[in-house]
Design a protein around this ligand. Structure first.
Ligand SMILES: Nc1nc2c(c(=O)[nH]1)N[C@H]1C(S)=C(S)[C@@H](COP(=O)(O)OP(=O)(O)OC[C@H]3O[C@@H](n4cnc5c(N)ncnc54)[C@H](O)[C@@H]3O)O[C@H]1N2
Ligand code: MOO
Length: 527
């Protein structure tokens, strides 16, 4: 697909998600529900933003009768958009309270790249900037250029321990013997006269009149018969040597970083060096995580059909690494009212639910979104694992990402939908896309994209390669726990040497939750 075709497909997808008739679908609508009515199957060609299959997709949710939907809402006849197969409006259809525009058409599963683009565009833009102390800015994005508040260095600085010298040697030593000379943080009192030298430490301000710094290992002090000391250079010191001139790195007012730069530890250091006590940044979006599933245990060994919650411990730090501020996960009972109240009562920018996205007897996410009048923007994605994932707009500024319960499927949903949404809210730039050849062949899904955990390895012929890992089933975390990235395997798969897009896992990023004990806290630990 060309970029233009992709954009057109995306516009159609967004139109559909927002209740308008997509240009590409008008033709399909004219020729029958959901276009030509082909059944999906191996080798099916992609045919528009949602494909062109007339039958219910294989992951479709048994959504029931949508009891809150009054007559006349959400039916295909209301919108003129392509209809679903049944007359029951989908649960993603907003309730009357929320619908100011014609009710949206059914939101069918969309291609993986389209889903990511919809998620990236779902929020109107970044959260309003805040000015906060330097220490709170890590992982945020600069909302204004970082301009130097001072020259750097702010004075002519000695780059070495040794002597400041004036003119050619040998030099009279102004403070012979063990006198420390000029130390860092001290202000030299007198200018250095021609032919004189004075001991100086690295980082100390070079006195006026100095022409170079002679390193301690390059000079020798000799006691003269008159009782005075002379400094001899063992190697010549050229003018300006080992002096860092004022303003060498920047002048006051110079732009050090553009707006939009990610505040890394190095940026914190630069900002401090340049005189900042606080920074104006886009805040981290606040995320509430609701973990659904009565079968989940929070401690101990699995027993009697119950299993450990793998997502509660995983999502908080992962969201933190994606630039969000995640509240401690809340474990909710499999009860529709509980879920409704939790989502309705959340004040977070993004709500993330885990589990309950499919059509099982206690899968309450879709009905609850319907009850809330939410606009479902993505309802299923053509990706494995994780295809029941969803994205909804609860209010214009609050969104919900529904992650499937299977843990690797949840990770897939996190990177497919939550990551682009959070990127927009936090004004983080997209990482530069990169591709790496596959170390060994990977089977593709006939129609869907696959996300497969890979680790990097070196190869004599190809250089860096992505080795697909075992244990990548939707319910397994063993593969991704050993992975460096997820390989994006297009429908049809890839042979050894095929270059594939990679989604880096943020394993090296900022893990500590806010307020976490520093590694070298008061109780010790530094040795
Ligand atoms: N009839 C169909 N059933 C299912 C389909 C389908 O297309 N038709 N899709 C399957 C796929 S694929 C997925 S993924 C799951 C998604 O289901 P839900 O999002 O409703 O998730 P649950 O049913 O609640 O859980 C699925 C699975 O994951 C386990 N789980 C849930 N939460 C956690 C957690 N926090 N930590 C560890 N494991 C968790 C849960 O026990 C289930 O085993 O639906 C399939 N079904
Ligand atoms: O999303 Mo399921 O396979 O895709 O676990």
């Amino acid at each position: 697909m060309t970029e233009g075709e992709f954009d057109a497909a995306l516009d159609d997808a967004l139109a559909l998600a927002n209740g308008a008739v997509p240009a590409g679908a008008r033709h399909a609508a004219a020729s029958g529900p959901h276009g030509a009515g082909r059944a999906p199957g191996a080798g099916d060609a992609y045919d528009g933003p949602y494909g062109a299959w007339s039958e219910t997709p294989d992951h479709a949710h048994a959504r029931g009768t949508a009891p809150d939907n009054p007559p006349g809402t959400g039916t295909p006849a209301d919108t003129g958009a392509p209809s679903g197969t049944g007359s029951t409006p989908p649960v993603g259809t907003p309730s009357p309270a929320a619908s100011r525009t014609p009710d949206p058409a059914p939101v069918a599963p969309c291609p993986w790249h389209t889903a990511r683009a919809i998620a990236r565009r779902a929020a109107p833009g970044p959260l309003p900037p805040e000015t906060a102390p330097l220490g709170e800015a890590l992982g945020r994005t600069l909302a204004a250029p970082l301009a130097a508040l001072t020259d750097l260095p702010s004075f002519d600085t000695s780059a070495m321990d040794g002597w400041a010298v004036s003119g050619p040697g040998p030099w009279h030593l102004d403070h012979p013997g063990d006198a420390p000379g000029i130390l860092a943080g001290h202000v030299p009192t007198a200018p250095l006269a021609d032919g004189h030298a004075i001991a100086i430490a690295t980082g100390a301000r070079v006195p006026a009149g100095a022409t170079a710094v002679l390193r301690s290992e390059h000079g020798e002090v000799r006691e003269m018969t008159d009782g005075r000391s002379r400094l001899y250079a063992l190697r010549p010191a050229s003018p300006g040597q080992d002096i860092r001139p004022r303003g060498q790195e920047c002048r006051s007012g110079d732009q050090l970083l553009a707006s939009g730069a990610l505040v890394t530890p190095a940026v914190l250091g630069l900002a401090a060096a340049a005189g900042y006590d606080e920074l104006t940044t886009y805040p981290r979006p606040r995320v509430d995580v609701f973990v659904l599933g009565d079968e989940l245990l929070r401690h101990g060994l699995p027993h009697e059909g119950r299993i450990r919650d793998a997502l509660g411990p995983m999502l908080g730090p992962w969201l933190q690494a994606l630039g969000a501020e995640a509240a401690a996960p809340r474990h909710l009972a499999d009860d529709p009212d509980t879920l409704y109240e939790a989502i309705a009562g959340s004040r977070a920018d993004v709500v993330i639910t885990t589990g309950g996205t499919a059509g099982g007897p206690v899968d309450h996410v879709h009905p609850t979104l319907h009850r809330l009048g939410s606009e479902v923007l993505v309802d299923g994605v053509e990706v494995r694992p994780g295809h029941p994932m969803l994205l909804a707009r609860i209010t214009p500024h609050r969104h919900l990402v529904g992650l499937p319960g299977n843990p690797l499927a949840a990770a897939s949903g996190l990177l497919t939908l939550a990551e682009p949404l959070l990127r927009t809210l936090s004004a983080r730039r997209a990482p530069a896309p990169y591709r790496t050849p596959l170390w060994s062949s990977v089977h593709g899904h006939p129609r869907d994209t696959r996300l497969v955990p890979v680790s990097y390895r070196d190869d004599d012929r190809y250089g860096l390669m992505a080795e697909p890992l075992h244990f990548h089933g939707p319910a397994m975390l063993r593969g991704i726990a050993a992975a460096d990235a997820l390989a994006v395997i297009p429908p049809g798969g890839g042979d050894r040497g095929t270059e594939v897009e990679l989604l880096e896992l943020p394993w090296a990023a900022d893990w500590s939750p806010p307020g976490a004990t520093p590694p070298y806290g008061p109780s010790g630990g530094a040795g």
